[in-house]
Design a protein. Structure first.
Lengths: 240, 217
């Protein structure tokens, strides 16, 4: 379970998270929607410990992410994150990209790491691209590789930060299909997205962020069918 | 039409000089590269404020002409009674000179690795060292290699200045022969050819590695 309690975060004078409270249960899919600069992506990087927080707490399975002495490298093994830019390691083949962390972080043998990598790459439909370098693949394929790379660590939670935003519209579908597949398999996921149809179809709950505040959260039918908050109504009207 | 008094012994003398040039270059580039990597990583890691004294020291080594550094270095080791010979003194000074330039090359190489790529590595649970070893080092090396090859070739030619400390390297050996035989053009032509023969494989190695890596990018 991920528990976020009154989290605040500023970049200089700009406060981007103004007291966020959110609990994500195991197996739940929560999508976060909202305009640019509303703090959605920042929250994900704070959950993963990539950004420090100013106050509040983020607790994952009883471990306070930002407490002194927390082994963030160990924690990140169970909280995978995929970014808007896929950030492939360009000097490694697709297979090596996915094998690297299991080998070096989990200490698996080469054979075992390769077995896991092949399984995950096949899972996301890249079984034929093992020996290809990332530069030779489309953005959608590279993004799926990034998902396989995160999944190869056998995470218990996955965070997706606008993973389709940088993609050609033609390639968005293949990545969303991969996310849907993960959701159906029961992966606990927090997805920041601008894909409203995806949020409606896949989520257990949808949260709307506005100017660093979680203005509204609820079931997809409620958020998309009968939004309560004026800003949610405005936002949804603008994206429809 | 063409007559010379250059003998095989003279050529062997030049070869000895070339060997000294190679030795000074190899030691200086090896030590300078190790130090340069260390200084470059420190500069990136601790930020411009805390690394200011180191940056200043490196700027001094980059700005002061090598000849002055060699003379001062030799005087320093003599005053400090370190007992270093000309070879050791030359290598120490040239190593620091190389390190000062190499640190900038390394800093530039590390800075060229996108922050987002490093963040992706850390998000997988990699430690700082694993990130440096498996992601930053290979990517930074590709960016830095052409500059490092240029530095190495430059140090090889700059190593001629160690003749002022009494070392008989290639250029000094040529000078000795020119004085004795009075055939400056011919001997300097041979000297230049030897420098080219020493440098060419290094330049080609750089080209080969760049070509080998480029299909992946």
């Amino acid at each position: 379970m991920i528990e976020i309690e009154n989290v605040r975060k500023s970049f200089g004078p700009l406060e981007v998270l103004k007291g966020i409270d959110l609990t994500v249960e195991k197996g739940e899919v929560v999508t976060i929607i909202g305009g640019s600069g509303s703090g959605k992506s920042t929250l994900l990087t704070c959950i993963n410990g990539l950004e420090p927080i100013d106050s509040g707490r983020i607790v994952i399975d009883g471990t306070d992410v930002h407490a002194k002495g927390t082994d963030l490298n160990r924690l990140r093994r169970k909280v995978g994150i995929v970014f808007q830019q896929w950030n492939a390691f360009p000097h490694l083949t697709v297979l090596e990209n996915v094998m690297l962390a299991p080998r070096k972080v989990l200490g698996l043998t080469k054979d075992k790491a390769e077995q896991i990598a092949v399984k995950q790459l096949t899972h996301v439909g890249l079984g034929e691209k093992l020996k290809v370098y990332p530069a030779r693949m489309s953005g959608g394929q590279q993004q799926r590789m990034a998902i396989a790379r995160a999944l190869a660590m056998s995470p218990e939670y996955m965070l997706f930060d606008e993973v389709t935003s940088a993609l050609d519209p033609m390639l968005v579908g293949e990545v969303l299909d991969t996310l849907k597949m993960l959701a159906e398999e029961g992966m606990t996921m927090i997805c920041v997205t601008h894909e409203m149809a995806f949020a409606r179809d896949v989520s257990d709950r949808v949260a709307f962020f506005h100017q660093g505040v979680m203005a509204e959260i609820g079931a997809p039918d409620q958020i998309f069918g009968a939004p309560q908050h004026a800003e949610t109504q405005k936002f949804l009207a603008s994206v429809r | 039409m063409f007559d010379t008094t250059l003998t095989l012994n003279d050529l062997a003398f030049l070869a000895q000089g070339a060997a000294m040039t190679l030795a000074v270059t190899a030691v200086s580039v090896a030590a300078g590269t190790v130090l340069g990597i260390l200084f470059g990583v420190i500069r990136v890691q601790i930020g411009p404020y805390w690394s200011a004294p180191l940056t200043f020291a490196l700027d001094v080594f980059r700005s002061v002409p090598l000849l002055i550094q060699l003379v001062l270095g030799n005087a320093f080791q003599s005053i400090a009674k370190l007992g270093w010979g000309p070879f050791a003194t030359s290598c120490v000074v040239l190593s620091l000179y190389t390190a000062a330039f190499c640190a900038e090359i390394v800093r530039g190489g590390i800075s060229s690795v996108p922050v987002t790529t490093r963040r992706a590595a850390r998000s997988l649970g990699m430690t700082w060292w694993q990130d440096m070893r498996h992601i930053v080092a290979p990517l930074a090396t590709r960016v830095s290699l052409p500059s490092w090859i240029g530095l190495t070739l430059g140090v090889m030619k700059d190593s001629a200045l160690v003749l002022w400390l009494g070392l008989i390297e290639l250029l000094r050996a040529s000078q000795v022969l020119v004085t004795r035989l009075q055939e400056p053009l011919f001997i300097l032509l041979i000297c230049g050819a030897i420098y080219f023969i020493l440098s060419f494989p290094i330049a080609r190695l750089g080209g080969y590695l760049e070509k080998r890596w480029s299909p992946n990018d």
